[in-house]
Design a protein around this ligand. Structure first.
Ligand SMILES: *Cc1c(COP(=O)(O)O)cnc(C)c1O
Length: 471
């Protein structure tokens, strides 16, 4: 596969270059495959549907062709995914796609574990280790740390702001041993990011060590997230005749979004043949993308803090990829877009639990609420022209997606992405429903591990000497 760049279509690189560079430093653009090859119809039509790993292998293959042979790819996928995503029906037209069965209980495990193994594969013949530096304000760091833990040829240094992340998040970051270490920086997230960025431009450091980043714009994190869209839409397509008895039903996926990497992966899956008719782009108060869909103007802004904090992104970097793949008109036909505030999020957790018995986390709750409003009349009012659409108030934007009629005629089902285990946001869930969600054993375990984070000053020279002595 050839990869190009969102800012310069004359750029043509292979998968290895796209992965190892992360982004194109010359243009500031993001790498994109030149095409999204459709899977064979006979594969898509299988009943029962193929396994998650089968889907993953067939989807990954064209993107690594000529660079990772089939047998190595198969081994890589088996190693990355000892867990799968789970489709859980919570009512006849709603399926929750649980993406939290990986080691850190959040969907970022799917992308990070694939990326870690791909990087290790490309580094296998080098005599020096590859050093990953990553600044995190929470969830990304634990997914990346866990994904690289024990992976040969690579070591990882995670920087996080001391005292500014949740106690559970801190445990998840600071208890690694071996090739992964965490630095708790006396400063804020911006200080962490500045230290990492300065290190990348430090020629002395770069001449001594092979440095790399592992952030969410890396194409090797985005591609594997498309696996679970494909897999779950095939599962749901095969379930619809049994669960809801809808004839010719449409499948809509509701995506709780921040940086819009997850939703971009959904678009890739659809291009590759996933039976998905449309998406709901659901955000919290950081509604930069809904505003773009409403007004046609893209305005990045500072983020505001919310209960679904992994979605607190005011300048979503993957918007650039969506904008490169589709025109605004296409986006308005494919997406319903929706946002809610903290009050709406708490209400959604409660209502979802009362109506279905399911306990959903504050991120999944935003996506569930969007779908629940749509099916309970909001889409009907939108189509009838009676819905009040004020972009500064919670709710749907005024564009009418192509699948709107299907929703109005009750011929649509929805896959709601549940991106984190509710126990990771236990206090919010308690505030909403008055009881604690179940604690997965792997989260419980981490709470009793010793804290190994290394205190770090926020000035660059101290950080640099630490790297010089440690790496
Ligand atoms: C990162 C994250 C999101 C947002 O995903 P994007 O790809 O940034 O849109 C949503 N929920 C949780 C729990 C996350 O960790």
């Amino acid at each position: 596969m050839i990869y190009t760049d969102t800012r310069d279509s004359s750029v043509k690189v292979d998968f290895r270059t796209a992965v190892m560079n992360g982004m194109n430093a010359k243009t500031g653009g993001l790498y994109m495959p030149l095409s999204f090859p459709r899977l064979e119809q006979s594969f898509l039509d299988k009943i029962p549907e193929p396994s998650f790993r089968d889907v993953a292998f067939n989807m990954a293959r064209p993107y690594v062709e000529g660079e990772i042979p089939d047998s190595d790819l198969e081994a890589l996928i088996a190693d990355a995914y000892p867990f799968v995503s789970q489709v859980v029906p919570i009512d006849p037209v709603t399926y929750v796609l649980e993406l939290f069965h990986g080691p850190t209980c959040a969907f970022k495990d799917f992308g990070a574990r694939f990326m870690a193994r791909v990087m290790s594969y490309f580094n296998r013949n080098e005599k020096d280790n590859l050093h990953i530096l990553v600044a995190t304000s929470g969830d990304t760091g634990s997914a990346v740390g866990s994904a690289f833990s024990g992976v040969p040829g690579i070591d990882v240094t995670i920087l996080y702001p001391d005292g500014k992340i949740s106690p559970l998040q801190e445990k998840q970051l600071s208890t690694f041993t071996g090739n992964v270490r965490a630095l708790k920086v006396k400063g804020n997230f911006d200080d962490c990011q500045r230290l990492v960025k300065t290190a990348f431009t430090d020629t002395e450091l770069r001449s001594r060590f092979r440095l790399s980043s592992a952030n969410s714009i890396n194409i090797s994190r985005l591609l594997p997230q498309s696996f679970y869209y494909m897999y779950s839409s095939l599962v749901v397509r095969n379930r619809i005749p049994h669960d809801s008895k809808i004839d010719g039903g449409s499948i809509i996926v509701s995506v709780p979004s921040g940086n819009f990497g997850n939703l971009t992966s959904g678009l890739i899956a659809r291009e590759m043949g996933a039976p998905i008719d449309g998406f709901i782009a659901a955000t919290n108060k950081n509604h930069t993308v809904p505003d773009w869909i409403a007004t046609g103007e893209y305005k990045a802004r500072d983020s505001v803090a919310t209960l679904s904090n992994a979605m607190d992104v005011g300048a979503p970097s993957n918007w650039e990829r969506i904008n490169a793949m589709y025109t605004l008109e296409d986006v308005r036909k494919l997406f319903a877009s929706y946002w809610t505030d903290d009050e709406g999020t708490l209400k959604a957790i409660k209502e979802c639990n009362t109506n279905t018995g399911y306990i959903i986390d504050p991120h999944g709750a935003v996506a569930w609420k969007a779908w629940n409003d749509i099916r309970k009349g909001a889409m009907e009012s939108l189509v009838a022209g009676t819905l009040e659409c004020d972009k500064d108030k919670p709710g749907l934007t005024k564009n009418i997606p192509l699948w709107a009629e299907k929703a109005v005629q009750k011929k649509a089902v929805c896959v709601v992405l549940e991106t984190a285990a509710p126990a990771k946001f236990g206090q919010t869930v308690v505030n909403a429903i008055g009881r604690e969600p179940a604690m997965p054993e792997r989260l419980e375990k981490v709470l009793s591990l010793p804290d190994r984070a290394i205190p770090m000053e926020k000035d660059y020279e101290t950080f640099k000497s630490f790297l010089m002595e440690t790496l």
